[in-house]
Unconditional design. Structure first.
Lengths: 344, 518
């Protein structure tokens, strides 16, 4: 009984600590969704794969969405003709390299600023390298789902005739509906209103509608992500209390197993990047800084709940390649840090 | 095979090679490799610090997760300081059970050489593996050092050329230092929080009491002994426009509250708050009695009317924060501010009207009567852990064969020192004193003993008196000899365990008002 009590206490403490950040992240993400004109953004993106990937990684500063929200945005960017390298870099980096996540990581790891800095640096390296690799080494047809690839090619061949690219509302794939896989509640698209390639929230929608869209977006994201946070916190609290300390401690001691365990946990728990730093904080006493970094870097790029969303963009084999390469890069970098530099 | 497959497979294979070589390299490198970072202490909060009663716990930060059991077993403090371990992440907090003994140098060692009971040895292969991993954890040896403040007290000299001067007695170094100049007669003093300075009230010789000024003097305690120390005196509150009466210094040392009277307008009577670097402010103009600043330095408890009013020292309001009508006086606060002892004059209860009750009041809302007596409660002080109180009390003694009418005037007050156990409210009279005097007790910050002064008479009590005395107040030795010789300082040392008794020692110092430095 006392263990259940401990789980509940830990669960509440995680929840109370993370909730303000989630709220702030959702409000900011929704407001920036309204303020930033994607159309203009696309025209200024560099064509060079490396620069494109680098810039793509930093778009997260404009769209501070966590991994639950970045896939629809990446898909939207692709349908508008953004190079795949840029879109992939955005997909991988946006959940980490954005002000809300950096801030929440800072609040959680104020005592270890290197975690905050390295989280950004490692995520950037992964996003840029994977973005370059796929931007340079693959053609669109091999990379994207056939329907999306056709649309992309059509867009490229007919830049002017953008009307033909309009995505009818009813056509939005069920897979683009965020948050439905875990909770099965809302079943609505992440885009709160009919959104065409010409019609961006920031540029054209009337003010009243924009506000309505903003509020809808806030409510929906909060509902979906809040639910994920509750489940993630419950899992974290249960693991902390019920898994024998010797086992966790043993896993956390070896530089290799600690990283692998935390990467696995990141993929399974699927906690949103806005609040995952607080989740990781509860493991700080048993896991090395490197493995916490692995959790913080790997979690936002790959998680199980986003798998369905990713399948709406990429071919399955591409997703497998992405998983493996990102996991290898995360492991290599955090292992080097864990073994050779931890503590500096 | 498409281009994407080729690119991805090349990338995966290359990364696999890199990871393989990293893992192999790290295994070959082992724990003795210069690149391998062993768990180590990155921060020790008391390193090279001088600590005192306010320091109850230290923090040790590690660069990575460590085997807590191993650390707890390997950590050594010399001389030992009993305490409790608690962990938060990679931080270890060690909370002392008792205040740190003063005047000591301490060392903290951590060495992984101790192979103690790391993890429970279990028969399953998995746990053996874990135990091996844990055993592998070598920690970089660490040596930390810190010291506690010198044990010292100050008093007002009672004889000779130094009469009326403030003297610092460094118990650790057995050193006596005169802090104030010859021309000043010190009447009262209070130490600043670190004991490095003392606030004192004094008049110049041949001046009247209405010229009382407040000064601050440096004590040189914990001063680098290589350099010669000279006490520096600074005037803090003058007596030009106002006459200073009582005062109190806050525990953080930032605020002084003084009762002042306007020289040109004696009805202008107020409590003033004097904060470093700010203009003096009036706290209240109401007629007040004794006052004490609360240990958090945020408020002041003032005897007002028939109760105690609490005024804020941080908010500029002349309205009391709280009023405790049932108590007439705050005698003292515990060091951490969580408890206080107060006197109830029993005005409401006609059966107890001429008695006083000592109450223990804490921040949990507990109000407990500790004792009820007909005599006076002169002073009470908490011991450092706030488990016991040391009180200077009096009981009334009536001459034999007098009528009840005569009894109201013919009594005399017999002072005695008592120890009160707060948990049980058990009062144990310790020592009878020969003469009534308005004296104060001072309990050492590390709990060494209780200092007090006592007028010496021709037939003075001695330590033997205490040893022969029982714990019955009726057995308190009394003295009817009024032949005052001089005022000596005494220390009452509480027993270490219950089988011992209190020890009384006479200090070879003549003076008044001894006060331990914090």
């Amino acid at each position: 009984m006392s263990q259940l009590h401990n789980v509940f206490t830990l669960f509440l403490s995680l929840l109370v600590e993370a909730m303000p950040f989630l709220l702030f992240g959702v409000v900011l993400s929704s407001s920036l969704l309204l303020l930033v004109d994607e159309q203009k953004l696309i025209t200024v993106l560099p064509k060079n794969p490396f620069l494109g990937a680098l810039v793509g990684s930093c778009i997260g500063f404009l769209f501070p969405v966590c991994e639950c929200g970045n896939i629809p945005v990446a898909r939207r960017l692709l349908t508008k003709g953004v190079a795949p390298g840029v879109a992939i870099a955005f997909l991988l980096a946006a959940p980490t390299i954005n002000p809300v996540v950096i801030w929440s990581t800072w609040v959680a790891f104020r005592g270890q600023p290197e975690i905050v800095i390295l989280r950004v640096v490692f995520s950037l390296i992964i996003a840029v390298s994977v973005g370059c690799l796929f931007g340079w080494g693959a053609n669109i047809v091999e990379l994207l789902q056939p329907r999306l690839a056709k649309r992309f090619l059509f867009r490229q061949s007919n830049q002017v005739d953008s009307l033909s690219l309009t995505t009818p509302v009813g056509d939005i794939s069920k897979l683009m509906q965020s948050g439905t896989y875990l909770l099965g509640e809302s079943g609505q698209s992440l885009f709160p209103s009919p959104l065409t390639s010409e019609q961006t929230l920031a540029s054209q929608a009337p003010k009243a509608i924009k506000w309505q869209q903003f509020l809808q977006n806030v409510a929906q994201e909060l509902q979906e992500l809040g639910g994920m946070l509750v489940i993630g916190s419950a899992i974290a609290a249960t693991i902390q209390v019920f898994v024998p300390r010797e086992i966790v401690f043993g896993l956390g001691q070896s530089p290799i197993t600690s990283i692998l365990a935390m990467m696995l946990l990141a993929a399974i728990v699927s906690i949103c990047s806005t609040v995952d730093a607080f989740f990781a904080l509860s493991f700080v006493s048993t896991f090395s800084s490197g493995s916490l970094l692995a959790f913080l870097v790997f979690g936002p790029t790959i998680d199980i709940k986003a798998l369905g969303l990713m399948l709406s963009i990429f071919r399955p084999k591409v997703i497998i390649y992405l998983f493996i390469i990102i996991a290898q890069l995360t492991f290599a970098m955090t292992f080097v840090y864990n073994y050779f530099f931890a503590g500096f | 095979m498409q281009k994407i497959d080729k690119v991805a497979l090349v990338a995966i294979l290359s990364l696999s090679l890199v990871i393989g070589s990293l893992v192999l390299g790290s295994n070959a490198c082992g724990t003795d490799c210069f690149l391998y970072v062993k768990p180590k202490i990155t921060d020790f909060s008391w390193q090279n610090k001088t600590i005192g009663r306010e320091d109850q716990a230290f923090l040790v930060k590690f660069n990575r997760p460590v085997n807590r059991d191993q650390i707890e077993q390997s950590l050594v403090i010399e001389p030992s300081l009993a305490g409790k371990f608690s962990w938060s992440g990679n931080k270890l907090a060690y909370t002392l059970n008792n205040p740190v003994p003063y005047g000591e140098k301490y060392r903290l060692f951590l060495d992984s050489a101790s192979e103690g009971n790391l993890l429970p040895q279990k028969s399953t292969g998995q746990f053996n593996q874990l135990t091996k991993q844990a055993k592998k954890q070598e920690i970089e040896p660490f040596l930390g050092q810190f010291r506690s403040r010198d044990r010292a007290f100050a008093y007002i000299a009672g004889e000779g050329v130094n009469q009326g001067r403030l003297i610092l007695y460094n118990w650790t170094k057995q050193q006596k230092t005169v802090l104030t100049p010859k021309n000043l007669v010190v009447l009262d003093f209070e130490s600043y929080p670190q004991g490095d300075r003392i606030l004192f009230s004094a008049i110049e010789r041949k001046q009247s009491l209405d010229q009382l000024k407040l000064y601050r003097v440096s004590t040189g305690i914990n001063h680098n002994s290589d350099q010669k120390f000279t006490a520096e005196i600074k005037l803090v509150v003058d007596s030009e426009k106002y006459q200073n009466n009582k005062y109190d210094l806050s525990q953080d040392g930032n605020t002084i509250v003084v009762q002042r009277i306007n020289r040109s307008q004696p009805t202008d009577f107020a409590l003033w708050q004097i904060t470093e670097g700010q203009e003096p402010q009036i706290l209240t103009k109401k007629a007040v009695g004794d006052f004490l600043i609360t240990p958090d330095s945020q408020a002041i408890a003032v005897a007002q009317g028939e109760g105690i009013a609490l005024f804020s020292l941080t908010e500029r309001e002349q309205v009391a924060l709280n009023y405790l009508p049932q108590f007439g006086r705050v005698v003292s606060f515990s060091v951490d501010g969580s408890a206080a002892v107060m006197v109830n004059y029993n005005q409401e209860n006609k059966d107890l009207r001429y008695t006083k009750s000592l109450f223990y009041v804490n921040n949990q809302g507990v109000q407990k009567e500790l004792l009820n007596l007909e005599g006076s409660i002169i002073d009470c002080q908490f011991n450092p852990k706030a488990t016991h109180l040391y009180c200077l009390l009096t009981r009334l003694e009536f001459p034999e064969n007098i009528s009840p009418e005569q009894a109201t005037t013919a009594y005399r007050e017999q002072p005695y020192i008592a120890e009160i156990e707060l948990a049980t409210a058990k009062t144990i009279p310790l020592l009878g004193l020969p003469e009534y005097q308005d004296s104060q007790l001072s309990v050492a910050p590390d709990g060494l003993g209780v200092l007090f002064d006592q007028v010496l008479t021709a037939d003075s009590f001695d330590a033997q008196n205490l040893q022969n005395r029982g714990s019955n107040p009726e057995q308190i030795p009394s003295s009817d000899i009024n032949n005052i010789i001089k005022s000596r300082l005494w220390i009452l040392i509480p027993p270490v365990d219950s089988s011992e008794v209190h020890q009384l020692e006479e200090l070879p110092l003549i003076g008044f008002h001894p006060q331990w430095l914090p």
